[in-house]
Design a protein around this ligand. Structure first.
Ligand SMILES: C[S@@+](CC[C@H](N)C(=O)[O-])C[C@H]1O[C@@H](n2cnc3c(N)ncnc32)[C@H](O)[C@@H]1O
Length: 317
């Protein structure tokens, strides 16, 4: 199945789909550092370009579209501007790309898989998600399913809730259940590296700040060494308080996670492996892993999509 990957980042969605037997024929992102990491790890390089200006006719023909479109406008941490924010309109670009393929190329993509933050479900009292689903269903003609999936239900020790929207062109697909959950077999402590450089350990001053429970009207409990990590976020290079971020204790004291540990908590690597190539600076790597889709979740969704396509006789290698 030929897949195009929009907003490919470092390929969390892509890796899950490749593992499940799909073939990425084109990927795109406009962040040169994300593309650098992607291209160090995938056979087909991601094209560095802004998707809003990239000519649609130059995107190759595809059977499946995947995309974790930018979530800032829908995130609880953002200002909840949604469609009024131009980034929110990136969904419309996705719809245009699908429509071009249906109307001009006369080849309707068989499945569309989109990922976003959990808050997309509640944004504007559910109207934003309802509008997205309406466009996919009424304008583009898909059967549309949406679900919230948590990474810790799919084998990685990280709490990370995300909305997945899964669409099928075939009318026979009347239901699509969340993929079966997988048991956790390891925890955050199991992904830790040994002999970690001093730069990851906190100075006494920073340690005090991150462990403080906040001030004024905003007080939250500082907790470190959690068995299941808090959600990795794109701004973790800034080192948030321990009530929002992940810190672990090792011989030399309290430290932040290393980029490799982030790769493991996002499923790019197993608990002890270091195969995923990280060719960028630490601060770029934190941003990239914080932005990524957890590979295990993507793989579970991809396998379930493949099974559905096989059931309706639409799977091809
Ligand atoms: C949430 S991240 C996607 C992460 C990706 N699915 C992964 O697993 O690594 C969103 C990505 O969209 C990219 N992006 C945002 N606006 C874009 C645009 N106009 N054109 C191309 N890429 C864009 C960002 O650079 C970022 O890498």
């Amino acid at each position: 199945m030929r897949v195009i990957s929009l907003f490919s980042g470092i390929g969390g969605l892509d890796k899950g789909f490749v593992d499940a037997g799909f073939k990425i024929v084109w990927a795109n992102d406009f962040d040169k550092y994300a593309v650098q990491t992607y291209n160090a790890n995938f056979d087909v390089p991601s094209t560095l370009a802004d998707i809003t200006t990239y000519p649609i006719e130059e995107i190759p023909e595809f059977d499946v579209l995947i995309g974790g479109f930018p979530c800032q406008p829908f995130s609880m941490m953002g200002q909840q501007k949604g469609f009024e924010d131009t980034r929110g309109t990136l969904f419309f670009r996705i719809a245009e790309i699908i429509a071009y393929q249906i109307d001009v190329r006369k080849h309707k993509p068989r499945a569309i898989i989109l990922e976003n933050v959990r808050a997309l479900r509640t944004h504007d009292n559910g109207h934003t998600l309802a509008r997205i689903k309406e466009i996919l269903k009424e304008d583009l003609g898909y059967n549309v399913f949406d679900m919230n999936l948590n990474s810790s239900d799919y084998g990685v020790p990280q709490t990370r809730n995300r909305t997945y929207i899964v669409c099928f062109a075939n009318d026979e697909v009347k239901e699509f259940d969340p993929p079966e959950k997988e048991k956790l077999t390891y925890y955050m402590q199991d992904v830790l590296e040994e002999d970690v450089p001093d730069k990851y350990f906190l100075s006494e001053k920073i340690r005090k700040t991150v462990l403080s429970s906040g001030s004024g009207g905003w007080v939250a409990k500082a907790e470190t060494d959690l068995p299941i990590a808090r959600p990795l976020c794109a701004t973790m290079a800034k080192m948030h308080r321990a009530s929002q971020d992940n810190y672990v204790t090792q011989d030399k004291g309290l430290r932040r996670l290393t980029p490799r540990e982030c790769a493991r908590l996002q499923g790019f690597d197993g608990p002890k492996s270091s195969d995923f190539v990280i060719p960028v600076s630490d601060s770029q790597a934190y941003k990239q892993f914080g932005n990524a889709v957890t590979v295990n979740v993507s793989r579970a969704v991809a396998k379930a999509v493949k099974t559905k396509l096989q059931e309706v006789g639409e799977w091809n290698d």
